[in-house]
Ligand binder design. Structure first.
Ligand code: 4NP
Length: 149
């Protein structure tokens, strides 16, 4: 199997499920893409209805996904761990057992805006347009990641 990529946000129901769906659509079948949340509140749940609807509008079905919490063994499983915001970054880095593990963790929007440490805004408490915006920005970031692999 080739590259393994994990997308991480807080709840694993809004942003990282979109990132997972978009990244998978941009990579060959033999790549492994998954997502997780730093929190466990939504474990076992489908993505947020608004993420499902936004993905569907853009031709992606993400209803195969179920939320799960990030776990320390993910550092071994995955080659790249893309986090959605600076808070996720702090939470994931705090669990990293080694320097090598820390080096796998990257802010996803640094792919578009190198070294600027820009957050993917959390759309959970906002309207539907927030999800469209998140989709657009993640599509751009995942496109860059795919061309680099
Ligand atoms: P996500 O959004 O991290 O993009 O999945 C959130 C989903 C749920 C909550 C916060 C953010 N929550 O507080 O339950």
């Amino acid at each position: 199997m080739s590259v393994k990529i994990l997308m991480v946000c807080l709840g694993n129901i809004c942003r990282s499920p979109l990132a997972e769906g978009i990244m998978r659509a941009n990579l060959p079948q033999d790549c492994f893409v998954d997502s997780a949340g730093t929190g466990a509140w939504h474990a076992g749940q489908l993505p947020d209805k608004r993420s499902i609807a936004t993905a569907k509008n853009r031709g992606l079905d993400i209803t195969n996904q179920r939320a799960r919490q990030f776990k320390v063994s993910d550092f071994d499983t995955f080659d790249f761990i893309y986090v959605m915001d600076n808070s996720n970054y702090q939470d994931v880095i705090a669990l990293a057992p080694t320097k090598e593990a820390k080096l796998k963790v990257k802010l996803i929007l640094n792919e578009i805006f190198p070294n600027e440490n820009v957050d993917v805004p959390d759309p959970y408490y906002g309207g539907d347009d927030g999800f469209e915006n998140v989709f657009d920005i993640l599509e751009q970031a995942c496109g860059i990641i795919a061309t680099k692999l």
